[in-house]
Design a protein around this ligand. Structure first.
Ligand code: ZN
Length: 310
């Protein structure tokens, strides 16, 4: 595969599907992944290794990983809430594990029932497991600071706290740290400042990805701020699947189609062919007829004379 400028990590099969009630059948998940890979998508977060009682929508994650691994060159990413989930993810053959650590300890206690110290303990256990894998099958281990731009329970999250947690995740053995705007609170000035501060603390090559939401319509503006601060990987979801529980009518994740359009129109190569990506929405529409899909580019169509970056 050729080199690209910006990596788009499709998180719909995890972030989108976990936010809705209907359960997408395994065959549809596989068809969705296959179609995105055919359109040029190179990284997909295909699920989460959480107990099926908590998220029945993602109960078949091991089977989805097994299917996605058939695509050469595709990075198969999964979310893991703890060491137990990481063990299952490694057994399934995931290429990338992401452990969320909420910058807000109240949020962490409410969602994962764990303190910061306890999540960092899980991070150390996961790092040891990853280290013990044979080099050829060793997954990439990312610690993701969630609620990094603000919390629905605690409100303001300080830059100092996020930097401290990013350093702690690196010390615990993560390969890399990501920042996540779980609550859709971020603005472009804040993105620029926080990315610069965290990169200054742990190294530019240790923070390359952002997980941004579009809750208040600032998703793509925040991407630009991230780009300007040196970020090269952005998470997004096809059709903004899942929407946003706090803001009816708004997508939750950034819409993949709009993100690809913006970057390609700016001359940044994503490796993704929009003409092939747009029809992938039909798979979601057929499998989840009750779920709204978002996105401006799919509604408006590509501008006359549009040319992809490469
Ligand atoms: Zn998210």
């Amino acid at each position: 595969m050729s080199a690209i400028d910006i990596l788009i990590s499709e998180v719909g099969p995890r972030d989108g599907l976990q936010s809705i009630d209907p359960i997408m059948p395994l065959a549809a998940k596989c068809a969705w992944i296959d179609a995105e890979v055919a359109a040029g998508v190179r990284e997909i977060e295909v699920g989460s290794f959480v107990p099926a009682t908590l998220l029945p929508q993602l109960a078949d994650t091991a089977a989805v990983v097994a299917h996605a691994r058939r695509h050469p060159g595709l990075t198969v990413a999964v979310l893991v809430p703890n060491a137990r989930g990481a063990k299952a993810a490694i057994a399934a053959g995931a290429h990338k594990l992401t452990l969320p650590l909420s910058a807000s300890e109240t949020h962490s206690l409410k969602n994962l029932r764990r303190t910061h110290a306890q999540v960092l303990e899980e991070a150390r256990a996961i790092a040891a497991m990853v280290e013990a894998c044979p080099p050829a099958s060793r997954p990439h281990f990312e610690g993701s600071v969630s609620t990094a731009f603000g919390c629905t329970i605690e409100g303001i999250v300080t830059q100092a706290k996020v930097v401290e947690l990013a350093e702690a995740l690196m010390a615990a053995g993560c390969d890399e740290v990501g920042l996540s705007d779980t609550t859709g609170y971020a603005n472009p000035a804040q993105v620029r400042q926080l990315v610069t501060a965290v990169r200054g603390a742990i190294g530019n090559d240790k923070l390359t990805g952002l997980h941004l939401h579009n809750t208040r319509g600032l998703g793509l503006a925040n991407v630009i701020a991230g780009l300007e601060a040196g970020i090269t990987t952005f998470d997004s979801s096809l059709g903004g699947l899942g929407g946003c529980p706090f803001a009816p009518g708004a997508s939750g994740n950034i819409v993949t189609e709009d993100l690809v359009f913006m970057l390609e129109a700016m001359g940044l190569d994503t490796g993704i062919d929009l003409e092939k990506l747009l029809p992938v929405r039909d798979i979601l529409r057929a499998a989840l007829p009750s779920e709204p899909l978002y996105g401006f580019t799919p509604d408006a169509g590509l501008p006359l004379g549009f040319r992809a970056a490469a």
